[in-house]
Design a protein around this ligand. Structure first.
Ligand code: UD1
Length: 419
């Protein structure tokens, strides 16, 4: 079992080039199944979830792999030789669910089991299934196996989402691009990764309008083709490195990012007393004075404060002067990092969906286990600001979403190594 060993108290500095977006890369890799040709994707992060998506693509009969040592993934989907996915592969990550929309769109048939992923409380897929049924899919669910058929092609439909779910919006788009007729998604999620998926699909010949707004229209087409595409920067990884800098103190430049996607998070860092300047694809960030508590943070759908940033922003607030409050509105069980933060002497009280953080003058290094991907990143941020040595275990969670986290932080001056 690998661990991260962190000697806290080192200020961060220098430039961090932000990786490509995990949450954009994964649905786009599934979308490559629809293209029936060669897809060349630049800026894909080398993270374990991307390797899991490659394993699924290979299982389906596609060719998929990194092209050399960089961040370009090449996928060929001329032939699809299977339309089922094994339980083992489905369980490796939550994003395996995107292959449902993609496979039924391409082959009219799909047999999968329920997806895995971080345990953030119940993560049902009822909205995905009900939308696909509206588009003509017949879906049988037995003992955790989903058997899905379309009689020929799916058909377009008007779908009103009861909640703007990111994954459901993306799965409908995937199923709709090769369906007969027009699909309209009302109350669609507006996350930037949805626009990235739409831009990719449109470059492959799809006809999608309105991505990034609450109403998305997909005009079904008969055939798509492969293309070359550059995945957007990872706004959550970028925010993680800013939170690490806020927690540890220092000054960094985050480059190759898109600050306009991050306004709600950047506003919180400014309230903490950090200085944030944005210019083009760069964020100049400094945390040179003691941090202050902030107004209550309520996690919301985009453009609200993202639930994915809650854990590491909380870690940065553990030493901020005053009381900060989080209200987690998206997932039921997303405070599992609090236990690790408390081991480092943070003062946090959790009651249902509310967490109250009383700033303390110092954190102390401790042994803690990453409970999930972003919770693990929160523990790393706290360990960087703690006195003494911390050991973070269960880092396979962190590796699902961060490319070489220890190398990135070490290059910025942190004392961190993988053991
Ligand atoms: C995506 C992101 C994840 C982020 C989340 C919220 C990816 C790969 N993952 O996850 O990092 O934390 O958005 O921004 O992009 N729900 C249902 N039924 C459904 C689907 C969702 O009840 O069929 C509920 C979920 O349980 C959750 C809420 O809707 O409470 C939001 O989920 P959703 O937006 O779908 O998140 P994901 O797509 O799983």
């Amino acid at each position: 079992m690998q661990k991260l060993i962190i000697n806290g108290g080192k200020r961060l500095g220098g430039e961090i080039a932000v990786q490509g977006s995990k949450n954009a890369t994964l649905p786009i890799m599934a979308a490559a199944v629809l293209c029936g040709g060669e897809t060349v994707l630049h800026n894909c992060p080398r993270i374990s979830d991307v390797y899991s998506a490659m394993k699924i693509l290979t299982y389906l009969g596609c060719k998929a792999g990194f092209d050399g040592s960089g961040n370009t993934v090449v996928i060929s989907s001329e032939t699809i030789s299977a339309n089922d996915i094994s339980d083992e592969l489905m369980r490796e990550m939550r994003s395996s669910i995107f292959f449902l929309g993609a496979l039924i769109g391409r082959t009219g048939r799909c047999r999968i089991t329920l997806p895995g992923g971080c345990d953030l409380g119940p993560r049902p897929i009822d909205m995905h299934l009900s939308a696909l049924r509206k588009m003509g899919a017949v879906i049988r669910e037995e003992y955790g196996v989903l058997d899905c058929f379309a009689d020929g092609r799916l058909h377009g439909a008007k779908i009103n989402l009861s909640f703007p779910s990111v994954g459901t919006t993306e799965n409908i788009m995937l199923a709709a691009v090769l369906a007969k007729g027009v699909t309209v998604i009302q109350n669609a999620a507006r996350e930037p990764e949805i626009s990235d998926l739409a831009d990719f699909l449109n470059k492959c010949g799809a006809d999608i309008h309105g991505a990034g707004s609450s109403r998305i229209t997909v005009n079904g087409t008969e055939k798509l083709h492969g293309c070359e595409y550059t995945v957007m920067p990872d706004r959550i990884a970028c925010a993680t490195y800013l939170a690490c800098t806020a927690a540890a103190g220092g000054e960094i430049i985050a480059s190759r990012c898109r600050p306009s996607d991050m306004e709600s998070i950047l506003g919180v860092f400014e309230q903490m007393g950090c200085i944030v300047h944005t210019h083009g694809e760069k964020i100049y960030f400094s945390a040179n004075s003691p941090l202050r508590a902030v107004d209550p943070i309520r996690t919301m759908v985009y453009p609200g404060f993202p639930t994915d940033a809650q854990a590491f922003v909380m870690a940065a607030l553990c030493k901020a002067k005053g009381t900060s409050v989080f209200v987690e509105n998206i997932f039921e069980n997303r405070y599992k990092h609090v236990d690790g933060l408390k081991r480092m002497s943070a003062d946090i009280l959790v009651e249902g969906k509310v967490a109250v953080i009383e700033g303390v003058p110092r954190l102390y290094g401790a042994k803690a286990a990453a409970p999930d991907l972003r919770g693990g990143a929160g523990l790393v941020a706290a360990a960087l600001s703690a006195e003494g040595t911390s050991e973070i275990s269960n880092i396979h969670y962190i590796d699902r979403g961060y490319e070489d986290i220890e190398k990135v932080l070490a290059s910025a001056g942190a004392d961190i190594k993988r053991e």
